[in-house]
Design a protein around this ligand. Structure first.
Ligand code: GAL
Length: 682
């Protein structure tokens, strides 16, 4: 396995004549491509009719790639069942909440609980493993494609049956289920598991417990199908690392649970160039993916060289931006960057989606950028095994996301991703590196915990967080936290439940603010900032009030309260503070001070992330701005990209990148080793 960085993309040779394949491979070599994902949507070509298989073309493609030294990430084709399958087994098509069945004609038109789908998916995966599993070009297994992307939930009768068994395993008795879902409300009490349905269309608000469990169940149902594929692939080639491509903050799947099953975590990321925050949000996406399985490497499985074609109006990436954003992923620890797709299609729904090789071929300006990046990555050896270390973690869980956005919330516009971005973005702009952490995972290595609206928290999760503060950590905990247990049932008393030790005041009620409304916040030194969106209505208790609401009907109510707990401390934010308010908080916490890099005229900052190996720190500097930027470095060093020594400062051209190597003065701590590069684990 290579010790450099993976570079390449989805390769769909079945869309082209064999004569084109040879040109593809020749150009892949020119571009420095070393890994291509093959077979993602090839079911109809591999099994043109039921049980009639054709693997000849695939073997030929694998041979050509293998001879050229290009590795293959071999995908199972199960995300797009062929027309014969859905014609013969219509129950394999998913059903929406109103009971309407989806039709063939696109992709992801399958019901993951359908026995026919499961049987036929298993058969094609087995056949793939039998026919070509021993091919020497294979470097990686890629199960399915973007599980739960277009049809995250199916409401058919197969799902109803499986949901009932899942509930029976979870609760044991129907009484336990009734208690968990609070079915005494609106006469919803069940007398038998057979009466339970998926949360299909209802006249008004559905039962929140049922909804929450349907999220859990659906994530598990897809995971079960993944595990079925994994078992077959690993049996065939246990030495080949296996992944499936995630989609960062994808609500339908609990990726913390999924990532445990991966040898290598991978993600698809399509930031929208029209969104001014897209660069920072893309960084947040990568920090999440890096954190999902802290002992596995991760890669970008898909991004685009320029435009996508599935948004309303698709802006291209600016010249240089593809390279800069690729380095963003690498800076944040990725061991590879791949794209959708190698060659732009002539036909089909995505023919106007950019690719490494455009319709204009090598004459397209993107080709030069592709080749330049490929050359640079071929020489990435010095930093390829280094890793990112963060002393701050943002606490995040999928069950919390599912529950907090329930239609029974007092504010339907409270979006989990907005909550995360509110705390994350200012840290991105001050180059403070943040991991994500599940509330139940060990938190001992983090000095600071960011806890945006942890509405659903179990007693065990809360104890884990509280104990990190007790032993010296600093928590920054926002409003609407500690409200419900794992069943979405309220912890009674002032809000906060088992997180109350970190909330130094009594939260007596909540007041979502009208859209666009703000209130003034007055700090102990008399300074005023603003806040919006939401107020927790609080009464003083034993914490130190750092700031109060200073306008409107709730003026005087504590808004920011500091609590000392054990040897640590917790800042409770009862409202959505503005940027200046957050700056005051972050400045007070050493782990969050970062290295502030002032934004350029276009609002973009120079992104700075450090990857470390036992001997070196690699300071990645990425200028996302459209103009030159002068940056101050951590000290003198050597830019491995330009091959130049640098003193303590340098100027980066627009969308320019530097990787400045610094000697590490301290000896590596015990157990500190370079991470496996290029997915060499597994
Ligand atoms: C991804 C998908 C690819 C391609 C790409 C286009 O979601 O996995 O197959 O459709 O989007 O942006």
């Amino acid at each position: 396995m290579t010790s450099s960085i993976f570079y390449g993309g989805d390769y769909n040779p079945e869309q082209w004549e064999p004569a084109v394949w040879r040109e593809d491979i020749w150009l892949m070599r020119e571009a420095g491509v070393n890994l291509v994902t093959v077979g993602v949507f090839s079911w109809a070509h591999l099994e043109p009719t039921e049980s009639n298989f054709d693997f000849g073309w695939l073997r030929q493609v694998l041979d050509l790639l293998g001879e050229a030294g290009i590795g293959v990430d071999l995908a199972t084709p199960t995300a797009a069942p062929p027309p014969w399958l859905t014609t013969r087994y219509p129950d394999a098509l998913p059903v929406d909440q109103r009971g309407a069945r989806y039709s063939h004609g696109s992709r992801q038109h399958f019901c993951v609980c359908s026995p026919s789908y499961r049987r036929l998916a298993s058969a094609i995966v087995q056949r793939l493993a039998d026919e070509v599993g021993d091919h020497q070009a294979i470097r990686m297994w890629h199960a399915h494609n973007e599980y739960a992307c277009h049809v995250p939930y199916c409401y058919c009768d197969h799902h109803a049956v499986q949901f009932r068994s899942w509930l029976q395993r979870r609760y044991g008795t129907v009484d336990a289920l009734n208690n968990a879902w609070g079915t005494s409300f609106w006469s919803q009490r069940f007398s038998d598991f057979g009466e339970v349905t998926p949360p299909r269309m209802t006249p008004t608000l559905p039962n929140p417990g049922q909804l929450l469990d349907y999220h859990r169940f659906s994530s598990d149902a897809f995971l079960e199908e993944f595990q079925q594929e994994k078992e077959v692939l690993k049996r065939a080639r246990p030495d080949v690392p296996l992944t499936t491509n995630f989609m960062g903050f994808h609500k339908a799947l609990d990726y913390f649970a999924w990532a445990r099953e991966m040898d290598l975590v991978s993600t698809d990321n399509y930031p929208d160039p029209a969104d001014p925050d897209s660069t920072a949000l893309s960084a947040m996406h990568y920090d999440l993916v890096r954190s999902l399985n802290k002992s596995a490497p991760w890669i970008v499985m898909e991004q685009t060289t320029s435009r996508v074609n599935w948004r309303e109006h698709n802006l291209p990436k600016a010249p240089g931006q593809m390279r800069a954003l690729s380095y963003q992923a690498l800076a944040r620890g990725a061991t590879g960057v791949l794209f959708f797709q190698w060659r732009a299609s002539r036909a089909g729904a995505e023919k106007f989606h950019s690719a490494l090789l455009s319709h204009a071929g090598t004459a397209s300006p993107i080709w030069d950028e592709v080749v330049t990046l490929g050359k640079e990555l071929t020489a990435a050896e010095p930093w390829a095994g280094s890793r990112v270390r963060a002393s701050t973690a943002m606490i995040f869980s999928w069950p919390n996301w599912w529950a907090i956005e329930s239609p029974s919330s007092p504010a339907h516009d409270l979006r989990m991703l907005d909550q995360l971005a509110w705390m994350y973005l200012p840290l991105y702009h001050r180059s403070a590196t943040v991991d994500f952490a599940h509330p139940a995972e060990p938190l001992g290595s983090y000095d600071a915990l960011l806890i945006p609206s942890l509405y659903l928290v179990t007693e065990e999760e809360a104890a884990n967080i509280v104990s990190r503060v007790e032993t010296g950590g600093t928590a920054i905990l926002s409003y609407w936290s500690g409200i419900v247990d794992q069943h979405d049932q309220v912890y009674l008393g002032p809000y906060g439940g088992p997180l109350r030790p970190l909330i130094g005041c009594d939260v007596l009620d909540v007041a979502p603010l009208a859209a666009g409304d703000t209130v003034e916040v007055e700090w102990a030194d008399g300074t005023r900032t603003t806040a919006g969106f939401w107020l927790d209505l609080t009464a003083e208790r034993d914490g130190e009030v750092l700031a109060r609401i200073a306008s409107g009907p709730w003026a005087g109510s504590p808004a920011v309260v500091l609590t000392r707990y054990g040897t640590g401390s917790a800042y409770y934010l009862g409202t959505r503070l503005d940027g200046e308010g957050m700056r005051r908080i972050y400045d007070a916490v050493p782990a969050l001070r970062g290295a502030v890099s002032p934004a350029g005229p276009d609002g973009e900052s120079v992104e700075r992330v450090v990857r470390s190996s036992p001997r070196h720190d690699f300071e990645f500097l990425i200028n996302h701005a459209d103009s030159d930027r002068k940056v101050t470095l951590a000290g003198p060093g050597y830019d491995v990209l330009s091959g130049q020594r640098t003193d303590g400062a340098m100027t980066l051209g627009r969308r320019g990148v530097a990787i400045v190597r610094h000697e590490r003065s301290a000896r590596p701590a015990a157990g500190e080793r370079d991470a496996p590069a290029g997915g060499s684990q597994g």
